[in-house]
Design a protein around this ligand. Structure first.
Ligand SMILES: Nc1nc2c(ncn2[C@@H]2O[C@H](COP(=O)(O)OP(=O)(O)O)[C@@H](O)[C@H]2O)c(=O)[nH]1
Ligand SMILES: [Mg+2]
Length: 355
């Protein structure tokens, strides 16, 4: 099954694109009016039906008999329940999945996630892009994610500038400095908003500017005022870094607090160490935050990938998790970070030289 979204000025233009790209057998799974005008249509096609997917000829063997029918609504509801998705959000997702012309629960859930959430991956680095300031509670994964973003940019031959404002906590700079030395990326250390201004000005030529910040307690007004001032001093985009696996209500509250200081996108960490995905979905839903990347590995060079509705649905559906499981690794001396099935549904760049 292949899912694809199309943007166009009018619905008929979008439908024409769907037919041209996916063929006459494409199923429309969601339609949405875009904020800036135009429409977005999400359509799906069986890989075998897609004219370019399989090279099937008229003499190709007949398809195997269909599998026993599943109740799509029930399967979606089950998955949402298992992932601890609270009732209000679950209801909205089940509603969005209902009435879709598909008997594939993963596709239905993917389409529902696509309809309810906004997926907006981080640009990989281009000159003039707003600096990304990673913010979040202490220990949420900001520093490792800064290093992962820098590594991704370096692997893709982008120039990157990394700045840290985390000078208060002992060891806050050391860990990032070690990562940056390995990548041969200069690390700028700044203490206050004025110094941040200077460091950003000096980095303007870089394709990607990433700023690490100290962890802030969302329930401490002074901490948040301080962070707001840091973000407001520059034309930057704050990205909320949140670990998966928190309590859903807590995560939603944290998300809402960070939204109040100007955050609009959320990056989720530690998906490899989490079984239930309800908390970050609830945070994104309640705080109206778009989802960008997620991280699924403790290593710098691995496991940073853009979230998308189909990958998320695969992570949430039991059958799909099994299908995505890797064969057991060959016996080796080095201990490999073990990512669960959910992580394998996502691809990631890898390197042997970084921690
Ligand atoms: N397994 C795993 N660990 C992670 C991931 N992201 C962060 N961590 C770990 O979480 C801990 C806190 O990360 P850190 O970047 O220092 O958090 P910060 O305080 O927000 O800067 C560290 O031990 C990281 O290695 C991830 O995606 N998977
Ligand atoms: Mg840190």
């Amino acid at each position: 099954m292949r899912l694809k979204s199309f943007h166009a000025r009018t619905m008929s233009e979008a439908m024409r694109q769907v037919r041209q790209t996916l063929g006459d057998d494409a199923i429309i799974v969601a339609t949405r009016e875009e904020e800036g005008g135009g429409v977005r249509v999400t359509a799906a096609v069986e890989e075998d039906d897609h004219p370019h997917a399989s090279g099937r000829t008229l003499n190709a063997p007949a398809k195997p008999p269909p599998e026993p029918e599943v109740d799509v609504g029930e399967a979606v509801a089950d998955a949402l329940h298992r992932h601890g998705v609270p009732a209000a959000l679950a209801e909205q997702l089940i509603d969005a999945a209902a009435g879709l012309d598909t008997d594939d629960p993963t596709l239905a859930l993917g389409a529902a996630l696509d309809a309810v959430f906004t997926f907006h991956p981080l640009a990989e680095g281009r000159p003039g892009q707003k600096p990304l300031v990673l913010v979040g509670p202490p220990g949420s994964g900001k520093t490792l994610t800064v290093a992962k973003l820098a590594a991704r940019a370096v692997f893709r031959n982008r120039t990157v500038s990394v700045i840290t404002t985390d000078t208060v906590r002992a060891g806050g700079v050391d860990q990032l400095a070690a990562f940056m030395r390995l990548m041969k990326v200069k690390l700028h250390t700044v203490e206050d908003p004025e110094a941040l201004h200077g460091a950003i000005a000096m980095s303007r030529e870089a394709d990607l500017i990433v700023v690490d910040t100290a962890g802030r307690n969302p329930f401490d007004a002074e901490d948040m005022t301080d962070l707001k001032a840091l973000i407001a001093a520059e034309d930057v985009e704050p990205i909320l870094v949140m670990p998966a696996g928190m309590d859903a209500v807590e995560a939603a509250e944290v998300g809402q607090i960070f939204r109040q200081i100007g955050v609009r996108r959320m990056l989720v960490t530690r998906l490899d160490a989490t079984r239930r995905l309800g908390s970050f979905l609830t945070a994104a839903f309640r705080a109206r935050l778009a989802l960008c990347e997620c991280t699924v590995a403790p290593k710098v060079a691995e496991g940073l990938t853009a979230l998308n509705p189909v990958a998320l649905a695969r992570m949430m559906m039991p059958g799909e998790e099994k299908k995505a499981e890797r064969p057991p690794p060959p016996k080796a001396k080095a201990r490999k970070a073990k990512a669960p099935a959910s992580a394998h549904a996502l691809s990631s760049p890898s390197s042997r030289t970084l921690p």
